[in-house]
Design a protein around this ligand. Structure first.
Ligand SMILES: [Fe+2]
Length: 274
């Protein structure tokens, strides 16, 4: 029989191994927000709240600045998000206000071709797209996305698509880019779980044909109002806000908070993958 000292040492080694494994696990808190533009004070406040969640990565749904051709605007934006960059990765995408400017690509170092790219964060596979330009069937972006969606790794529990222009909306720009025809069939065919967009300066959650659509464009730009009935709409709030994502087991939890940290919305999605 082993001595108590040997058993204690073995127990300590086991506990150390478990602790080391836990430390090696990727953090499971992520943030999505967008449309900061010229709302610097609000954006600063939102960044302060975001930091309290210690997210591993922060995603933006575009319109980071008001005019992407002006480096001074990027300098302000970079200064506001700089505390995020100290501890997290920041993944933006092209809104219309980036104006397809070369400065966007100079201010960020992104994966892939930087215009559209994939990011894996733990159990979630993210696809960040450019909804300004060619994205429909026959385009390079569409072909790239289809190839990616076909090859989603087996251990991914959720697939998220992020782009700037909403497909479904109660606001001023419902399906402005004809994405319901050009992009949505691809997302639905391959079982994309959740779509995050911006462009409309509101929070809105909709659900259609198995896909949850979240408009999160409340990062600082002037707010929009509800202008029309959205038959797929579940929650609408004209507030500045940000979204926090957490995965617990096979459940994705999403919570949206306003600038006073009041809960705007909260929902869960169960993984439909093996
Ligand atoms: Fe926009």
């Amino acid at each position: 029989m082993k001595s108590p000292r040997i058993l204690l040492a073995a127990l300590c080694a086991l506990l150390f191994a478990v602790a080391a494994q836990a430390a090696a696990e990727p953090a499971d808190t992520l943030v999505v927000y967008g449309d900061a533009r010229t709302g610097h004070d609000i954006h600063r406040k939102i960044v302060g709240h975001i930091l309290t969640f210690r997210p591993q990565a922060v995603f933006s749904t575009g319109d980071q600045v008001n005019d992407g051709r002006i480096q001074g605007e990027w300098a302000v934006f970079n200064e506001i998000i700089s505390p995020i960059l100290e501890t997290s990765r920041f993944y933006p995408l092209l809104g219309n206000h980036e104006r397809n400017a070369e400065l966007y690509f100079k201010n960020f170092r992104l994966p892939g071709n930087e215009r559209w790219y994939a990011v894996r964060q733990g159990p979630i596979q993210f696809y960040l797209l450019d909804s300004n330009g060619l994205i429909g069937p026959g385009s390079n972006q569409h072909a790239w996305l289809e190839k990616e969606l076909r090859g989603v790794p087996k251990d991914v529990k959720f697939v998220a698509a992020l782009f700037h222009h909403p497909v479904i909306s109660s606001g001023p720009y419902p399906d402005e880019k004809n994405l319901a025809r050009r992009l949505l069939p691809l997302l639905e065919k391959y079982g994309v779980d959740i779509v995050f967009v911006g462009h409309e300066h509101v929070y809105e959650r909709s659900f259609k044909d198995g896909v949850t659509h979240v408009t999160t464009g409340g990062g600082g730009a002037p707010l929009h109002l509800k202008l029309r009935h959205n038959p797929y709409g579940q929650v609408f709030a004209s507030v500045h806000h940000f979204c926090v994502l957490r995965v617990a087991g096979r459940t994705l939890e999403v919570r949206a908070y306003d600038t006073d940290m009041a809960l705007v919305d909260e929902f869960r999605i169960k993984s439909k993958r093996q």
